[in-house]
Design a protein. Structure first.
Length: 370
């Protein structure tokens, strides 16, 4: 016998909306991963609730689930792109509605829970808590969302990089509070595709972060010479702390304090305190250190995979290669705090030595009549 959505929520067929919601809340409390519940069962319960909200009695078949798990993938690239842009447009409108709904709850200082999103890609659960925190459960696909308190999220975040419309692009903006992806590394929640998260006065805590590179036709019309377009994923908490897992491919990080694991493939990190706990930093990683700050590489080994060619740039535009810091024994075996002042004075000393050497050469020239 096929289990229907009423069975999953342990209620009778034809239950009222109130009964459905009551059963859902009770089961969520029981099976939520934060309370030691089973994550797969939690997802099943959540999907059953979403289906019943749409009047759907039975869960999707395996084939239906596969169709909905990704954006459209038609035979023709242009057809696929057109359909995905239309999907992004629909989700963008839904996220605007979610923002207006959350703002209204904030003004009234009341709590509520509602589903927003796309039938094709799945609904997202939004809930405003008594603490004013907004919780989000589900994958964030597109659109802008601004909120005036902390956001806690269970799910991944992506961006419709293929859309030419800025309003479709994913941008989550917290104006007063922090943004946190809960248990992101354990649950494989990541941020990719050129998504943007901005926190004005708080912290960001997330998992792994990736950007996106695509090949497009040459703008000058040259056949067979595609160019690479980079879609930077951007995380900014300029007055707070930014904690991430590994960061891969066309990503920008900007915060007062940045704590990160590995960095590879065109990553730009700006901060006053930059702490790298992983073992890998590729040659095209750029650090921008703010005045009065410090950077440290906590690799307990030799620092072999921290590329010599990665650079640290100071506010006076001076650039220091990582190889110079390795020669000074500042990297490896847990590393040392490398302060802004040390780097600035190091360059000053270099210039002073160069000037002194040139002065001695000039004096010798005078002695020998040259």
């Amino acid at each position: 016998m096929v289990e229907n959505n009423y069975d999953i929520l342990k209620i009778h067929d034809g239950a009222t909306k109130k009964e459905i919601r009551h059963a859902y809340r009770n089961l969520v409390l029981k099976f939520h991963v934060d309370r030691g519940g089973d994550d797969e069962q939690f997802k099943k319960i959540k999907q059953a609730y979403e289906d019943l909200q749409l009047g759907k009695k039975y869960p999707d078949t395996l084939e239906e689930s596969r169709e909905k798990s990704k954006v459209y993938s038609g035979d023709l690239d242009e057809d696929k792109r057109r359909k995905n842009i239309l999907l992004s447009q629909d989700i963008t409108k839904e996220m605007k509605s979610a923002q207006e709904w959350a703002e209204a709850l904030n003004r009234a200082d009341t709590c509520d829970m509602r589903l927003f999103g796309s039938n094709e890609l799945g609904k997202i659960e939004f809930e405003r808590k008594p603490t004013k925190t907004l919780t989000i459960k589900g994958k964030f696909w597109a659109g802008h969302l601004r909120y005036n308190n902390t956001i806690m999220m269970w799910g991944s975040i992506t961006n419709p990089y293929f859309s030419p419309y800025e309003k479709h692009k994913t941008h989550i903006h917290v104006t007063n509070g922090s943004f946190k992806l809960i248990d992101s590394l354990q649950n494989n929640y990541d941020i990719d595709g050129g998504a943007k998260i901005t926190v004005d006065n708080g912290d960001i805590e997330v998992g792994n972060v990736r950007g996106k590179k695509t090949l497009v036709q040459d703008p000058q019309g040259r056949v067979g010479m595609p160019v690479t377009r980079e879609h930077f994923t951007s995380l900014s908490a300029i007055h707070g702390k930014l904690v991430t897992g590994s960061v891969i491919g066309t990503v920008k990080l900007n915060a007062d304090t940045v704590i990160v694991l590995n960095l590879s493939d065109n990553v730009k990190v700006t901060g006053k305190n930059i702490l790298v706990y992983g073992t890998k930093v590729t040659h095209d990683t750029e650090f921008f250190l703010k005045s009065g700050g410090k950077i440290r590489f906590y690799d307990q080994g030799s620092g072999f995979d921290i590329s010599d060619d990665a650079t640290i740039q100071l506010e006076n535009s001076d650039r220091i290669k990582i190889r110079d810091l390795k020669h000074a024994n500042m990297i490896s075996k847990g590393g040392k705090d490398i302060t802004y002042e040390y780097l600035a004075n190091r360059d000053n000393k270099k210039r002073s030595k160069t000037n002194s050497f040139e002065a001695r050469l000039s004096s010798l020239g005078k002695v020998f009549g040259k």
